[in-house]
Design a protein around this ligand. Structure first.
Ligand code: FES
Length: 116
């Protein structure tokens, strides 16, 4: 084990072998990352932002091509980005979960209105 990944916002940290993908590291940390393509760099659902000081292996041409236009934003496909040392990666909110939370909040608000 010569890599260590800290995931935000949970703060969960996991030690992994060099070359492990961020997606596999997240799974080892017990985090759920929703994907559709099974790690083939096609669905973009596994995007994460990494801190500029994160130690990752050089980006492959395939991933660079997929992320065209996002250069400089420290966005990586977690199924392609491979750990080389210490990494801090932020997992964006799950859009499905966020939508459900918004609906539940709206329902609760409507119920409060009916009570008064
Ligand atoms: S898992 Fe689909 S792009 Fe990474």
């Amino acid at each position: 084990m010569n890599g260590e990944v800290r995931f935000l916002p949970s703060g969960k940290t996991v030690k992994v072998r060099r070359g492990t993908t961020l997606l596999d590291a997240a799974r080892q940390a017990g985090l759920t990352i929703r994907t559709r393509c099974g790690g083939k760099a096609a669905c973009f659902m596994c995007k994460m932002s990494v801190t500029p000081d994160s130690e990752l292996l050089p980006i492959a041409d395939n991933e660079r091509h997929k992320l065209a236009g996002l250069e400089g934003e420290h966005i990586r496909l977690s199924c392609q980005a491979r750990v080389a040392g210490k990494v801090t990666a932020e997992i964006p909110p799950d859009p499905l979960r966020s939508a459900v939370e918004r609906l539940l909040a709206k329902q609760a608000e409507e119920q409060d209105d009916k009570l008064w």
